[in-house]
Design a binder for this molecule. Structure first.
Ligand code: 4AD
Ligand code: MG
Length: 489
């Protein structure tokens, strides 16, 4: 009857593939895109996909109804769902009614049913998700967001929306994009100088929501956000984008860094255990290799998930890491020295040899190579220079997926740190302060009226997903990637 029909019409391809009735069922409806057409004597053998599964639905279409059923077309088939003992799938659709809802020219459709290189697919981000594996990556992202939202809700974290347009460069790395209205960018330079800035002073796209999250954490308690952030990094690597999503959490009334690391570890383990058994992850792990040579072998990807689900990830200090690396000095093109940042070859070594399958926390980096807001650590031994209470979380191949720290919550030490980094606080000193410092007045203000010890972290969400999906470059995990020199549609 009608009721039955409308119920069946809601089935996705994935749901059809799970549906194994003993008797044939008539009047079922499936919507999808034609992935391939094979000609038989009286029938066309059609594979349909709708982005819900890697495997297609197989349908038999009578030849006299097959007009317009061509690669790429959007179609609706009505027919019977019947067991197909000989076929590669347990059931198939015998179409009795065919509607071509959106025709396609199979000769020019850019997504052909053959191996197409990631480079080629990247030139057409608007069509790329029509490849089954790219659709699966979109589903993985959605599942991960749902899982993490549940994690934070269970712990009574408030989800917040900090701003994208900001006054300051949170990380102080000079990688901000400046925001200029189109009407101003076209004006000749001289005229521009006379004209007032849109927001009266320079504004940027956020590189991290952390500073605003700190303000929110001082009012509602523990907070988190998943927000787009922007970095004008010229690095042309498999790990860097100009626009990416960062998952950030900030906790108030925490005493030390171990609480921040515990949260990051619990969160990622929760993500691992809640998603590992999902249809999407299992599909990604069992996908046929010809789907793309830029996918990491699935046994390696499986180990990544297993590592994520293991308890008690190793935590070592930066100084211990340097000692370890110096013992293996021959392996590296850049020699590890205390006081310098870890190179990716160093991070790779640590992730692979200290963590095994598990991610590794490296803590307490030298103060002078980290951001101004980090709280100074108690000296670990008398001969060490100043370090800060911070961590980087490293995983094999990909290196840094997250960073976090205790924040300097006391007024005087924060201002000292800002002075050291050339961010002198405007209110307390002369007029020639850099503009960026004035823009941090509000941040300093937070320390004046009830600033408890607090800290948090930021996870590179797209990096994390590419690690867990086994996608070798971050450009293939993001639907519309932007990186230095490239921003297609
Ligand atoms: O280490 P980062 O710079 O840390 C912060 O921005 C802190 N304010 C976060 C916080 O404590 N709330 O960035 C965090 C993570 C990195 O570990 C890395 O995984 C990712 O963001 N990331 C990038 N991902 C893609 N493309 C880029 N250009 C990235 N830069 C950093
Ligand atoms: Mg970092």
């Amino acid at each position: 009857g009608r009721r039955c029909l409308s119920q069946h019409s809601k089935r996705s391809v994935a749901q059809f593939l799970q549906w194994k009735p003993a008797e044939k069922v008539d009047d079922v409806v499936v919507n999808g895109y034609v992935r391939s057409v094979r000609s038989m004597k009286a029938h066309r053998f059609v594979s349909l996909g709708d982005g819900s599964s890697l495997a297609p639905l197989q349908a038999l279409v009578p030849v006299d109804q097959a007009e317009g059923v061509a690669l790429g077309a959007a179609v609706r088939f009505t027919g019977s769902w019947v067991a197909s003992p000989g076929g590669s799938q347990s059931h198939e659709l015998h179409a009795t009614k065919v509607e071509v809802l959106g025709p396609s020219d199979p000769k020019t459709f850019p997504i052909q049913k053959k191996y197409q290189t990631p480079e080629y697919l990247r030139t057409m981000p608007h069509l790329r998700p029509r490849t089954p594996v790219n659709a699966a990556l979109l589903r993985l992202r959605s599942d991960a967001i749902a899982s993490l939202t549940g994690f934070f809700a269970n712990r009574a974290f408030t989800q917040t929306h900090p701003p994208i347009i900001t006054s300051s460069d949170c990380e102080g790395a000079g990688e901000v994009f400046t925001l200029v209205p189109a009407s101003e960018s076209d004006v000749a330079t001289e005229a521009k100088q006379e004209k007032e800035e849109f927001f009266r002073s320079k504004k940027y796209l956020s590189v991290s929501t952390q500073l605003h999250l700190e303000a929110l954490a001082q009012s509602v308690g523990n907070v988190w956000t998943l927000s787009p952030v922007f970095r004008a990094e010229q690095s042309d690597t498999a790990r860097h984008l100009s626009e990416f999503y960062m998952l950030e959490a900030e906790m108030s009334f925490v005493d030390d860094l171990s609480a921040i690391m515990d949260l990051a570890e619990d969160m990622l383990r929760f993500l691992g255990t809640s998603l590992f058994g999902s249809a999407t992850v299992q599909e990604l792990l069992s996908r046929p290799m010809q789907l793309g040579s830029d996918l990491v072998p699935s046994d390696v990807v499986r180990q990544r998930w297993e590592g994520l689900m293991q308890p008690a990830w190793p935590r070592i200090t930066y100084s211990e890491a340097i000692d370890l690396l110096q013992q293996k000095s021959d392996l590296f093109s850049l020699k590890p020295v205390w006081g310098a940042g870890l190179q990716s070859e160093h991070e790779k070594y640590l992730a692979e040899h200290v963590g095994g399958r598990m991610p590794v926390f490296v803590t307490n980096y030298p103060r002078d190579i980290k951001a101004f807001y980090m709280r100074e650590a108690q000296p670990l031994s008398s001969d060490n220079a100043a370090t800060v209470e911070c961590f980087d979380l490293l995983v094999p191949e990909l290196c840094e997926v997250a960073g976090g720290s205790m924040r300097e919550h006391r007024l005087e030490p924060l201002m000292d740190a800002m002075k050291r980094q050339g961010l002198t606080a405007a209110r307390t000193s002369s007029d020639d302060d850099p503009e960026s410092a004035k823009n941090l007045d509000w941040y300093i203000d937070l320390r004046r009226w009830g600033s408890p010890p607090h800290g948090g972290f930021g996870v590179g969400f797209d990096r994390l997903l590419s690690y867990l999906a086994g996608v070798s470059t971050i450009r293939d995990i993001v639907a519309f990637p932007r990186w230095h020199g490239r921003c297609d549609c």
